[in-house]
Design a protein around this ligand. Structure first.
Ligand SMILES: NC(=O)c1ccc[n+]([C@@H]2O[C@H](COP(=O)([O-])OP(=O)(O)OC[C@H]3O[C@@H](n4cnc5c(N)ncnc54)[C@H](OP(=O)(O)O)[C@@H]3O)[C@@H](O)[C@H]2O)c1
Length: 285
């Protein structure tokens, strides 16, 4: 089984390292070729000079790309070559787009899975990711075996699109949660509490503490906005939730409000920074 990886950003690079260390990575490709060359030199994995070359050299193709546009462009250009191949898309994109692409892939005799992840870049390094898989059940075991090289749990959620819907459930919650944490943190600090103490309280003792507060509270205390998950990606996920909620005819007041706050953080210049930078929206007032 030959495995190719497309997308060597924050997550893709680290996933690539895990796959390579498990002996399960044969070839990489990245839009900005210099990143793929750097990966190739560091880890002795072939760098394909084109997507076509990567597809030819792979039976399983893993994608870890930013958004709908990136996945649509990449998959569309691959479709004619996907007969007998399995495409595993780990990007967080619209479930409707993923389902549409899966149909096109199956028409040429290929298989597609949506396989978005829960967890940050640190959790990839620790192999503590959870992967939420949607797609044909009969090929799931092979997908699971492969992804267990970079995750602690690989869960089958149902047909195409269901992995992504499960991921949106998670990100609705953490998007609203971190925005609420920022508001609470700002209240604490502005009332005169020590920022480090408020952070420690949120991470360790609050009745609403969570794995997310453990990771993010310390970053709030030190205004450390180094990127684990970029504000632009959280904004993108909340936009997907908004569109899907409209299609489903449901209300989504919490995520709509959070979306506006992350948009404000982007307008203040924090697009590429970690989404915990939403704190600035509160603390500058
Ligand atoms: N970071 C996290 O903690 C985290 C956690 C869970 C889920 N996710 C999701 O995982 C995905 C990747 O996140 P990331 O943090 O790794 O993003 P990232 O660092 O921004 O990397 C994005 C990757 O997509 C490529 N790309 C962007 N636009 C493209 C296009 N039009 N055509 C081809 N390639 C394109 C980039 O290539 P270039 O190098 O050429 O720009 C890069 O390889 C996102 O959907 C995100 O929501 C991230």
């Amino acid at each position: 089984m030959r495995v190719g990886l497309v997308g060597l950003g924050v997550m893709g690079w680290r996933i690539g390292v895990n796959l390579k260390n498990s002996g399960k990575l044969d070839v990489v490709y990245n839009r900005t070729q210099s990143k793929a060359q750097e990966f190739s030199e560091r880890y002795q994995v072939k760098s394909a000079s084109s997507l076509k070359e990567l597809v030819q050299d792979s039976d399983f193709i893993i994608l870890m790309l930013s958004d709908d546009t990136a996945v649509r462009e990449t998959v569309t250009s691959m479709i004619p070559m996907l007969k007998g191949k399995t495409l595993i898309d780990m990007s967080t994109i619209s479930p409707s787009l993923s389902m549409e692409l899966a149909i096109e892939v199956s028409k040429v005799g290929g298989k597609m899975y949506d396989a978005p992840v829960v967890g940050t870049s640190i959790m990839v390094e620790q192999k503590k990711l959870t992967v939420l898989v949607g797609g044909p059940e009969e090929g799931f075991r092979e997908v699971q075996d492969l992804l267990m090289s970079t995750a602690s749990s690989v869960l089958y959620m149902g047909k195409n699109g269901m992995g992504l819907y499960a991921k949106l459930v998670n990100n609705l919650l953490i998007g609203a949660y971190v925005a609420s944490m920022a508001e609470a943190f700002n209240l604490g600090v502005r009332s005169g509490l020590d920022p480090k103490q408020v952070a420690e309280f949120l991470a360790k003792y609050s009745s609403a503490r969570s794995p997310t507060s453990e990771i993010k509270a310390g970053k709030m205390a030190t205004r450390d906005y180094s990127t684990q998950f970029a504000t632009k990606h959280m904004r993108k996920d909340l936009e997907i939730i908004d569109r899907e909620a409209q299609k489903l005819g449901i209300i989504n007041p919490m995520s709509s409000l959070a979306l506006q706050l992350y948009r404000m953080a982007e307008a203040m210049g924090f697009t590429e920074e970690d989404y915990v930078s939403v704190l600035e929206v509160f603390s500058r007032k």
